[in-house]
Design a protein around this ligand. Structure first.
Ligand SMILES: Nc1ncnc2c1ncn2[C@@H]1O[C@H](COP(=O)(O)OP(=O)(O)OP(=O)(O)O)[C@@H](O)[C@H]1O
Ligand SMILES: [Mg+2]
Length: 228
């Protein structure tokens, strides 16, 4: 089991105001699955993604990543796991504007201490996979939205993670670019990556092998995997 949660809770406290964003979430995701997490705005999807991606910790309940309880991992270990095992793709791309496309894609490898020539080789290959081999020295701001999202996908490919967490990756894209991104996610899953797609788009969710529905911070439906 790659991902398992037990009674996961996350409450945001804001002065006297409390928002229970997640309550008692129980999830199981196997290595190699393609899962869509679907729910309306405010249902808790991004909160869940932040916890699954170890950018945030639950305030109650347990989260096991590869059978390790994240509660007992040090900050250093958590950032190592994030760097090596998780590829993030966000609605707003989250690229670094002061860096070129090539530097953005090779950044996770820099953190890992991979030498420059090897970093560049891997990053160039990843950029070729997403059709951006002729944009290496551009800045993200000089690219279209669809191209920027392809850079983010190349960054995830270059880092060769175990799991790709995509939070509304097509939210800022036109339908043609959105379809290209969705095709790339499907290909990544076919190549063996676990893909977790967060979306409120039912059509996009249909591409996944399984749909998990979230409403008001709770999982209302966790479809069983289709038996082949
Ligand atoms: N940092 C925060 N502080 C306080 N409340 C927050 C914070 N982040 C999210 N919330 C609240 O938690 C709830 C869940 O938010 P979340 O961002 O997880 O929803 P979402 O399903 O991703 O929505 P969307 O589809 O609009 O992105 C919302 O009610 C939101 O207002
Ligand atoms: Mg969200």
């Amino acid at each position: 089991m790659l991902i398992r949660t037990e009674h996961l809770c996350r409450t945001y406290k804001n002065g006297n105001n409390e928002v229970k964003a997640l309550s008692d979430v129980e999830l199981n995701i196997d290595k190699g699955e393609y899962v869509a997490i679907v729910g309306s705005s405010g249902s808790g999807k991004s909160t869940l993604m932040n916890i699954l991606g170890m950018l945030d910790l639950p305030d109650k309940g347990e989260y096991y990543f590869e059978n390790n309880n994240v509660r007992f991992l040090s900050d250093k270990k958590l950032s190592e796991i994030r760097n090596e095992k998780i590829g993030f793709i966000f609605q707003s791309f989250n690229l670094i504007n002061g860096m070129t496309v090539l530097e953005n894609v090779s950044l996770p490898l820099l953190y890992r201490g991979v030498p420059l020539s090897k970093r560049n080789k891997i990053a160039k290959e990843a950029l070729k996979t997403v059709g951006l081999e002729n944009r290496l020295t551009h800045k993200p701001s000089e690219l279209s939205g669809g191209q920027q999202q392809r850079v983010a996908i190349a960054r995830a490919i270059a880092a060769d993670p175990e799991v790709i967490l995509a939070d509304e990756p097509c939210g800022n894209l036109d339908s043609k670019s959105g379809k290209e991104i969705m095709d790339m996610l499907s290909r990544l899953n076919k190549s063996g990556k676990t893909v977790i797609l967060i979306t409120h788009d039912e059509n996009a969710a249909k591409r996944a092998g399984r749909i998990i529905r979230v409403a008001d911070g709770t999982v209302t439906e966790e479809n069983k995997k289709a038996v082949p």
